[in-house]
Design a protein around this ligand. Structure first.
Ligand code: ADP
Ligand code: ZN
Length: 605
């Protein structure tokens, strides 16, 4: 139930309470009759018994009808009552106070309802009916371990260290080492970020606080910030512990810098409070904050500074191997028939996230149950897959075979260009698993932080970006829209090369760009040069791109066997990591050498 629904329900119940109370009041004063009528009935001998309470008379007539009436002066009634054989009971008048209290009941009800409602809205209005500590209750033990999270070997290595520092906080600090404060888990939804955070807490057996970023952002300015402070007060009491903030982008989005509207004002205050809390830990309080997001791009850079979320762990959609492992984890919970081949199933669900795989296993079990089977079979997985995929196809996650091939060659083109050219960043990972808008990805990791770039590095970067499109042209003889981002990237580098870095031979070492943020993006572009110069700059940029494109194409044609080999590997495995890429390259170089030798011997022979 959403908050609004619950709120409405509470309001409704309050109203019902008020109405009900009034009905009750009326029930307790049944069939009110006038005093004249009462006296008349009394004189006619039709009253059997009365009950007196202050001025109120209630009773029963001889037909057992209940009645009530107000008596203006009770003492003068007594002689009449005494003269008849009527059963009389009396009760001390509760007085004005009771009546006052009962008249207040509806107001209490309304007020109480409002309090509950506003608590739901704000999750604890400061100062008002707040039960401290109740709002943030840690889970004492999540009971999960790394074994519950499959296919995350890369992330695991980085996180083991966190577990260690939670287990032995004194060990690290006595060595003068610094305990990481914040870890940012980034990746698409359903890839197990929450699960992983819980597993870290479980491995270290420390308490686990969990809250959604959007839970902080409230209607009233300042509430989110005070909730942050509350959370950290509780966390410090429970240290060592883990605080997990899901969807941190809800509060951690880039700050607007000045012109804040109401709601973003609240968000900024909340974010500031979080930053202050993170900076304010003592070293003896091991509180590790794990945040999750699928939008790392919109996070405020202040969050990522050292001492804050300076550990960033990327969790991507699982590849075939990962999917198989996740299947194994979840298949443990069901009865699997002996003939079921999990590898085949893993192969048949490209693009599935961990959550979707968990769902698949569950659906398959339901399918089997529906057919009264004693174990879940491959056919159940197929049926479940179809059921889920139909939903997924709408999200364009399932990629057809043609697109997969094009993507495989495209990504291979990027990777090979990067590999064959000197002075480029090493290829870290190549993948044709669709994510978001992109059908594939080639990830390069710089060896170290570069502060200066050589012209060659920049040119080769452009070539690497153009390599995807060039490979498509060579193999399929066509161009696709998939390369548009690459082109934007390449053009941007070429522009900066010419205008900002002054590296163009024809234009010369003059910086034309004064405002680099304004390039391609928003902001104002200052062009302190003539139209004619602008034309020369445009031509120069175009020239660089064209030359890079042609040279890349030549490079790929000369190494087209490498291209085919890598594309094949991608089509089979979906992801090729740096080691596997090395192996493919190695095979290619070996075969090339053998061929060369053959040619040589043929010529000689
Ligand atoms: P996220 O926080 O990234 O959106 P969750 O951690 O909430 O994803 O994952 C939802 C569910 O999907 C988990 O509870 C688990 O059942 C399943 N799941 C996701 N990733 C994995 C994984 N790597 N191994 C095992 N189960 C997973
Ligand atoms: Zn590309």
């Amino acid at each position: 139930m959403s908050q609004i629904q619950t709120g409405l329900l509470v309001l409704l119940l309050t109203l019902l309470g008020v109405v009900g109370y009034n009905v009750y009041l009326h029930e307790t004063t049944p069939n009110e009759i006038s005093y004249t009528k009462f006296v008349q009935l009394l004189k006619d001998g039709k009253i059997k018994q009365v009950h007196l309470k202050g001025g109120l008379v209630t009773g029963e007539d001889i037909l057992k009808h209940e009645f009530s009436s107000y008596v203006p002066h009770v003492p003068s009634l007594m002689p009449i009552l005494d003269s008849r054989s009527i059963k009389i009971t009396a009760e001390k008048d509760s007085g004005n106070f009771d009546r006052f209290i009962s008249s207040m009941v509806p107001i209490f009800l309304i007020f109480g309802g409002y309090l509950i409602f506003s608590r739901m809205q704000t999750g604890g209005t400061p100062g008002f009916g707040k039960d401290k500590g109740k709002t943030f209750q840690p889970k004492k033990n999540t009971g999960l371990t790394f074994d519950d999270v499959a296919g995350i070997s890369e992330a695991r290595i980085e996180l083991v260290e966190i577990v260690e520092s939670l287990k032995h906080p004194d060990k690290l600090s006595s060595l003068g080492g610094y305990i990481p404060k914040g870890v940012l888990l980034q990746g698409p939804p359903g890839t197990g970020k929450t699960l992983l955070a819980k597993a870290i807490a479980g491995e270290a057996s420390v308490p686990f606080f969990s809250i959604g970023g959007s839970d902080f952002v409230e209607m009233f300015v300042g509430v989110g910030a005070s909730r942050v402070r509350e959370l950290f007060t509780e966390a410090k009491k429970n240290a060592p512990c883990i605080v997990f903030i899901d969807e941190i982008d809800a509060i951690g989005g880039k700050r607007s810098g000045g012109n804040a509207s109401g709601s973003s004002d609240e968000r900024e205050q909340t974010l500031n409070a979080l930053l202050v809390e993170m900076d304010g830990f003592d070293s003896d309080q091991t509180v590790i904050i794990i945040a999750a997001t699928n939008r790392p791009d919109i996070l405020d850079p202040a969050l990522l500074r050292p001492g804050r979320f300076d550990r960033q762990v990327t969790i991507s959609l699982p590849d075939v191997k990962g999917r198989r492992k996740i299947l194994e984890v979840h298949a443990k919970k069901i009865v699997l028939s002996h003939g079921t081949n999990l590898s085949n199933i893993a192969r048949s669900i490209p693009g599935f996230s961990g959550a979707e795989i968990a769902n698949l296993v569950n659906e398959a079990a339901l399918m089997a149950a529906r057919k009264n089977k004693s174990a879940v079979e491959s056919s159940d997985f197929d049926a479940a897959k179809d059921k889920i995929s139909l939903g997924l196809e709408r999200n364009n996650v399932v990629v057809n075979e043609k697109d997969r091939r094009v993507t495989a060659y495209h990504e291979a083109g990027h990777a090979i260009t990067a590999r064959l050219l000197p002075d480029t960043d090493p290829v870290h990972k190549i993948s044709i698993i669709p994510r978001g808008q992109a059908l594939g990805l080639t990830q390069q990791l710089p060896l170290d932080d570069r502060y200066t770039y050589s012209r060659e590095y920049l040119i080769n970067r452009i070539k690497t970006l153009l390599g995807g499109r060039a490979a498509e042209e060579i193999i399929f003889n066509h161009q696709t829209t998939g390369a548009s981002n690459d082109l934007i990237g390449a053009t941007e580098i070429a522009s900066r090369l010419v205008c900002e870095f002054g590296m163009s031979t024809t234009i010369g070492p003059i910086a034309y760009m004064q405002d680099q943020s304004g390039f391609l993006g928003g902001g104002s572009t200052i062009r302190p040069y003539s139209e004619k110069t602008a034309e020369r700059i445009d031509n120069e940029i175009k020239g660089i791109i064209e030359q890079c494109h042609d040279e890349t194409k030549e490079l790929l044609i000369a190494n087209n066997k490498f291209l085919h080999k890598l594309a094949e590997a991608l089509l089979v495995n979906e992801t090729v990591d740096s080691e596997e890429f090395d192996i493919v390259h190695h095979c290619y170089v070996n075969e090339k050498n053998i061929e060369k030798d053959l040619m040589k011997t043929r010529k000689e022979g």
